[in-house]
Design a protein around this ligand. Structure first.
Ligand code: ACO
Length: 431
């Protein structure tokens, strides 16, 4: 079979060049235009990367039209039912699910890395007490590069694996310490006899003066949230990690850049924004007023937790979390939580509204995750931190894939629309 191509004809010069079409295992084909500049002296223009595949990847597949999310080929709905978060971490990193023995070995190795260097703990004292925990996590993750730089040869797969273990194991500890810092409570050291989510809840909520027992329902719900947030192909923060790491920078520096990108309300900060919005709406009878505002092109208000760059259908993660929200709220006795009622009615209202139907705006993962975390007693400004803890496996796996692939440094070009060359006037001639 002859290779499929797309022909680009430059009307200015009448030159025609064929560009190869590449086929993935799922999803749309792509046209390889890497030689476009060499052949036609042209760049492509695609701000926001709406039609651009930035890399080849074997990790995660999304079908936004059908609402499908696969990690290494496995549907997210099945992974949530049959695996825990660390097994999913193993899957993402290694490409296959672990055997029982491999899973236990993996968990033992993660447990060996859960503590932070004591010197890192001192760093927290340099932050203002009212610092946003994302600001602290961003700084402390970057600071890991000062502790593990010397042993890191990023061309050595074993060194890269050790970095992966370190980031997976230390993220909950770093995040919990940020929470303890601003609440003024003593830092709790990790407990390696507990599961991953269980230990995280323990470090967040235990205090040294009394016994603390982690609720299995809450630990399972958090574990589920972590699985659902573990990776999401080339989103803004993951692309940030890959681009930052493409210069062969230290991986902790690259992941710290990813934390910064995740923080924004259009990305990981949305679950925080959802809860604030539900509080602002305050009661079900005000929903039509806010729906009207969301549809008004002259009003910057958007319905937070609705819409997604890729999903033009119900976000499959939101479906799972809708169910989890009910389980958690039942367990903690929030059966009549007013925000849940507002959320459910808002969702129903929006799904029936012509504007939201036409623009294919469905609830995304953040619509329910904030409600669940809030019911667990996690404060709103920790929501994006929980997302960062969950996503660190995706970031390190994608970084590892990028380093292994010899993609080279990522360096987009631009359409320059500024001044053409001009001379600098003397000081007295300016203004
Ligand atoms: N409420 C009201 N209108 C919306 C919303 C919304 N939540 N989302 C999109 N729209 C409208 C836009 O106004 C735009 O209308 P127009 O064509 O008349 O200008 C149209 O839908 C397309 O919106 P874009 O912003 O161009 O779509 P994009 O794919 O760039 O944005 C995004 C996706 C950023 C997620 C957007 O839907 C949004 O801001 N949602 C609210 C924030 C949110 O929930 N973010 C979480 C994303 S999930 C995650 O990061 C894990």
């Amino acid at each position: 079979m002859t290779a499929q191509t797309i022909t680009i004809r430059d009307n200015r010069t009448n030159r025609e060049v064929d560009f190869p079409i590449m086929h993935g295992s799922e999803g749309p084909d792509v046209v390889d235009i890497s030689s476009l500049y060499k052949e036609l002296n042209l760049f492509t223009y695609d701000p926001g990367f709406r039609s651009t595949a930035s890399c080849q990847s074997r990790i995660t597949f999304i079908d936004g039209e059908e609402g499908v999310l696969l990690y290494r080929g496995y549907p997210i709905e099945e992974l949530v039912e049959k695996c825990d978060h660390l097994e999913v971490c193993y899957l993402l990193l290694n490409g296959e699910l672990p055997s029982k023995k491999q899973g236990l070995e993996f968990k033992k190795t993660v447990a060996k890395h859960t503590m932070m260097h004591e010197q890192l703990l001192k760093l927290y004292n340099g932050y203002r007490r009212d610092a946003h925990p994302m600001a602290i996590v961003l700084g402390v993750v970057g600071a890991l590069s000062a502790f593990y730089h010397d042993s890191l040869d990023i061309r050595d797969p074993r060194h890269r694996l050790i970095s992966a273990f370190r980031i997976i194991a230390k993220m909950p500890t770093i995040a919990a310490a940020a929470y303890k810092y601003y609440t003024g409570q003593p830092f709790m050291y990790p407990r390696n006899d507990l599961g991953y989510a269980e230990n995280f809840l323990y470090m967040l909520f235990a205090v040294p003066c009394e016994e603390y027992k982690v609720s299995p329902t809450l630990a399972r719900a958090l574990d589920r949230i972590m699985i659902l947030h573990a990776d999401h192909e080339q989103n803004a923060s993951t692309s940030t990690v890959r681009l930052a790491g493409s210069s062969q920078a230290n991986p902790f520096g690259a992941i710290s850049a990813g934390v910064g990108s995740l923080w924004g309300p259009a990305h990981g900060g949305a679950n925080e924004a959802v809860l604030k919005m539900l509080h602002t709406i305050g009661s079900c009878d005000r929903i039509p007023e806010f729906i009207k505002r969301a549809k008004d092109p002259n009003d910057p208000f958007r319905l937070m937790g609705f819409g997604h760059r890729v999903y033009k259908n119900y976000d499959p993660r939101a479906k799972i979390l809708r169910q989890t929200a009910h389980e958690v709220l039942n367990e903690v006795g929030y059966g009549n939580e007013p925000l849940l009622h507002i959320a459910l009615e808002l969702e129903e209202f929006a799904l029936r509204d012509e504007y939201f139907i036409r623009k294919k705006l469905y609830p995304n993962v953040d619509f329910y995750s904030g409600l669940i975390l809030s019911a667990m007693g996690i404060p709103v400004n920790m929501f994006t931190v929980i997302f960062a803890v969950s996503r660190c496996i995706g970031w390190i796996t994608q970084w590892n894939e990028m380093i292994s692939s010899d993609e080279g440094i990522g360096r987009p070009r631009q359409l320059y629309v500024g001044h053409q060359r001009r001379s600098v006037p003397d000081a007295e001639q300016r203004g």
